[in-house]
Ligand binder design. Sequence first.
Ligand SMILES: Cc1cc2nc3c(=O)[nH]c(=O)nc-3n(C[C@H](O)[C@H](O)[C@H](O)COP(=O)(O)OP(=O)(O)OC[C@H]3O[C@@H](n4cnc5c(N)ncnc54)[C@H](O)[C@@H]3O)c2cc1C
Length: 428
Amino acid sequence: MSWDFSTEPEFEAKLDWIRTFVREEVEPLDALFPGYEYVPLNEERRRIVDPLKQRVREQGLWAPHLGPELGGQGFGAVKLTLINEILGRTAWGPIVFGTQAPDTGNAEILARFGTPEQKERYLQPLLNGDIFSCFSMTEPQGGADPRVFTTRAVRDGDDWVINGYKYFSSNATVASFFIVLAITDPDVPVHKGASMFLIPAGTPGLTIEANHHLYGAYPHDPGHALVHYDNVRVPADAMLGEPGQGFHVAQSRLAGGRLHHAMRCIGVAQKAIDMMAPRAKSRFTQGSSLADKQLVQQFIADSYTELMPFRLAVLHAAWLIDTQGEHAARAEIAACKILAAKVVQSITLRAMQVHGAMGLTKELPLAGMFMSGVALGLADGPTEAHKVNLARQLLKGYEAEDPLWPSEFYAHRLAAATERYGTEVAAP
Ligand SMILES: Cc1cc2nc3c(=O)[nH]c(=O)nc-3n(C[C@H](O)[C@H](O)[C@H](O)COP(=O)(O)OP(=O)(O)OC[C@H]3O[C@@H](n4cnc5c(N)ncnc54)[C@H](O)[C@@H]3O)c2cc1C
């Protein structure tokens, strides 16, 4: 079997266009409008951002994660990796190209499980980048283990009535609709008894009781809300998928989304190296540049040797998705999700260190980039939970063996070799 991440020259030309466009047109938005990526466009920002989105559309690059059935190009995951690693260098890149989380995943849910009316009202505007959405699953008492979830949906005539609290619902303050997980059958394990609902913003009973921001985030950032669903009444067709299918529906957005984050993390980590190296060459202390100090050289070499295999791991997971489907790539996606947070944290931390005190300030993007790595160790499930799941999945591929003498014990191997070749030799 060969692994092939190559792309045709026409696509390489597109990547060149994206690189230049992002560097010259999109990165300046990070300086002009920091923290406004998810704030609905006002007149001033629209005047600048809409024409940029239009140029992306004209290049056939809008929402490059989408298949042709949803109006995308169907680039596939490998090409998406190569695009997303460029977009990951900027906060505004995903918005200008229509690939921002959680809207990409929510669009996937709507496309697969929404009614024609829901699709018309929400999917198209979401795909057009005209509205934002919220995915509301984590609860105040815990996110990593759904068995602690208590939000309930109870059938009442033709309606469902939803009660409960959700926490860290990103972009709730700007969302046009919420995708909410609620327990519909408390008598079975939560993975079989929870269902997914679409709740329009402004539905009576839906209130934002608090809105929390990541450390260092701008106050105008839409934040992560504590949402109270207090007797929220929705019609029967607000349920996305079948009763009890809530986790199946959630999974359809999470796996791909986790890899999309990992793709962008390549760009974040590469940007940190691209900042660290010139700074190291430009700063002098004790008679030589930082780049001449072996400890700083180690920073750069360690960063590269972390980033390179991570990038290959993401490309490999993407290639598996393209060739064998998302299910076949479960372990690889989990590994990338785990690595993404770790790689971004360790490389951006070194870059901060090389920049000295300034590296910690808002004058540079490094502290924010580091924080995004910390956030990724939690968002879409904590690293530890993913490690547990990955290990369980990998262990399924192995059988237990003799508890005293493992199969690689020399006497076992010698006995097998003797049988194979019919030659008696004395153990060394
Ligand atoms: C930036 C950001 C955005 C987010 N956006 C959303 C969103 O839009 N919608 C949404 O629903 N949620 C969102 N979340 C919440 C996220 O899904 C939860 O933070 C995550 O699932 C963990 O839940 P928790 O924070 O309640 O931590 P807990 O469940 O309390 O876990 C705390 C810690 O316990 C440890 N732990 C947990 N499980 C295990 C285990 N099995 N083995 C070993 N250790 C374990 C881990 O160290 C973990 O970090 C977001 C989080 C962040 C950081």
